[in-house]
Design a protein. Structure first.
Lengths: 261, 294
């Protein structure tokens, strides 16, 4: 990919891009996250794998503060975002998230979907926001669809627009929540290609995924979530070739049996 | 209907794929069968309506009723007069509709505000909606139209038309706010999640993402409420505002004849039926649009 690096370089600030410490989250009586500890270095890509219901999505939604955290700390570029009295809207600008179901705004054109937040949240002038959006749409190969409405696009195209929409805020970290799970198999590759290119530009990403091949290619580390905890985390070569934990082995065996590795 | 067969085919496919029950209006009918159905419909209509006419006109007092309600000369005399007076009703509902659209939305948004800080606003909006839905519109009109000018406060208008607009606006805003609220609640929470995740505040998410989608969805029920409002403008006659019903009553009293009311009914039918059809069409379009979107 040509063009400038999308991820801003916070320069000499020390410490990890994202630090999660002792994160707990319950829905009523159901404790979904039972103490998550995780650190992401700048430009690192971490993939989270695990069965449905293991807490991957909840973890990502907590990092974006879409779900209030019960206990624990989340620190982004040195700033504790779980502290009392923080400006939630200001924090969310720095943490992009892409959802499984795209969640594009159906009443807006592709261009307006991408420029809305830069215009209304960052206060960018419309020409500037449009220029930024056009550049992003060119990168994901959808510049010719800028005037179309989401319902005219394929699922893969919609998801690429959703990625562009998140990137338009120039976030420090990008969270991807099973972004290919709602796609027809033949559309998965085009979306993953965009993420591969993003990883190459140094974007810090935390990715919940069922695509093991993709996780192996793109991740610096792969974490296995089970029962609300990160049971095991290791570089992909290690994780997929020689998982330590019995539960990880079972999970990967099931994935292999299903023909997805 | 048959020349529309082409485009409707796709509609059928989409509706079928989405697992919707087939709609009568979208069913394809072969031309021969269509002619036959039309004939049957025509014959049965003639029989039913003709039968009704026979029953009514053979009733013992029909000649008196015919004279009191169906006087052609008085009809011709009153129609232009009531049409002219209808201008007041049109002004009433046009002004009120604009105000209702704004006030109804404000009430709906206030009732949806989260957290304990906004409790007083939520409470006020809820009390407002409950009150004006409970009290008959005619009473609100009478209380405001006679009561407030009666106070004799300086600077407060005592124009009955003004208070008629206020009363209709208050009553119908309560209904319309419920329509808006249903629309806002029908937008999937993931839309708000997407907006908030980009850093938009709650109000910005409402303003740019939720409300525009909600409004599109509630246009048909909104128009329905407006049909009701248009008819309820005749209630204002109790204040002495010379609108269509008042005008027809004046003619009725002068001519000792009820035919002017028929002229009024005709005016409302002519105004309302196209609007009712517009609502039907919008509902059908909304439904097929949602089916196509999957």
């Amino acid at each position: 990919m040509t063009g400038p690096v999308i991820a801003p370089d916070p320069g000499s600030r020390p410490g990890p891009a994202l630090a999660i410490e002792g994160l707990h989250k319950s829905f009523g009586d159901l404790e979904v996250l039972k103490g998550i500890d995780l650190e992401l270095a700048r430009h690192e890509v971490v993939c989270l794998i695990g069965a449905s219901g293991s807490g991957k999505s909840t973890l990502l939604r907590c990092v974006n503060l879409l779900e209030p955290v019960d206990a624990g700390r989340i620190v982004v570029e040195g700033d504790e975002i779980t502290a009392k009295g923080v400006d939630v809207n200001r924090i969310r600008r720095r943490i992009g998230i892409v959802f499984q179901a795209f969640n594009l705004f159906p009443h807006m054109s592709v261009l307006d979907n991408v420029t809305l937040a830069p215009r209304k949240v960052l206060g960018l002038a419309p020409p500037e926001a449009t220029a930024r959006a056009t550049e992003l749409l060119e990168r994901i190969g959808l510049a010719d669809k800028r005037a179309d409405y989401p319902d005219r696009l394929s699922g893969g195209q919609q998801q690429r627009v959703a990625i562009a929409r998140a990137l338009a805020m120039q976030p420090d970290i990008l969270l991807l929540d099973e972004i290919t799970s709602a796609l027809d198999p033949e559309l998965v590759a085009e979306v993953l290609a965009v993420i591969r290119e993003l990883a190459a530009t140094g974007m810090t990403m935390l990715i919940a995924t069922h695509e093991m091949g993709f996780a192996r290619d793109v991740a610096s580390r792969v974490g296995f979530l089970h029962g609300g905890r990160i049971l095991e985390i290791a570089p992909p070569a290690e994780m997929f070739a020689a998982p330590r934990e019995a539960r990880t082995q079972q999970f990967l065996q099931r994935v292999i049996d299903a023909g997805r590795l | 209907m048959s020349q529309l067969g082409g485009p409707l085919d796709t509609g059928d496919l989409i509706a079928g794929r989405a697992g919707l029950r087939p709609r009568r209006s979208r069913r394809r009918i072969p031309p021969k069968e269509a002619v036959r159905s039309s004939l049957i419909a025509l014959v049965s209509s003639v029989v039913v309506l003709g039968g009704l006419a026979v029953v009514v006109t053979s009733s013992p007092n029909w000649p008196d009723v015919q004279h009191a309600f169906f006087d052609g000369e008085i009809f011709a005399y009153s129609l232009p007069k009531v049409v002219e007076a209808f201008g007041t009703n049109v002004a009433l509902f046009l002004i009120a509709e604009v105000l209702i659209l704004v006030l109804g939305l404000v009430l709906a948004v206030l009732r949806g505000l989260p957290g304990p800080v906004f409790f007083p606003l939520r409470l006020l909006a809820t009390v407002f909606v409950d009150f004006f839905r409970a009290v008959p519109g005619l009473l609100v009109i009478a209380l405001l139209g006679f009561g407030i000018p009666g106070l004799g406060l300086a600077g407060v208008p005592n124009d009955t038309f003004f208070w008629a607009v206020v009363a209709l606006t208050l009553v119908y805003s309560a209904y319309v706010s419920e329509v808006y609220r249903a629309g806002i609640e029908s937008i999937h929470w993931s839309q708000e999640a997407a907006a908030r995740s980009l850093g938009l505040s709650r109000l910005q998410a409402l303003r740019y993402v939720i409300v525009p989608q909600a409004v599109r969805r509630v246009i048909p029920p909104l128009l329905n409420d407006f049909i009701g409002l248009q008819k309820d403008t005749v209630l204002v006659s109790t204040l002495g505002v010379v609108e269509i019903f008042r005008e027809s009553s004046i003619i009725k009293a002068a001519k000792f004849n009820f035919t002017p009311y028929l002229a009024v009914a005709l005016v409302f039918v002519v105004i309302t039926i196209p609007m009712a059809r517009l609502v039907d069409w919008l509902v059908a379009r909304e439904r097929s649009g949602r089916a196509a979107a999957g």
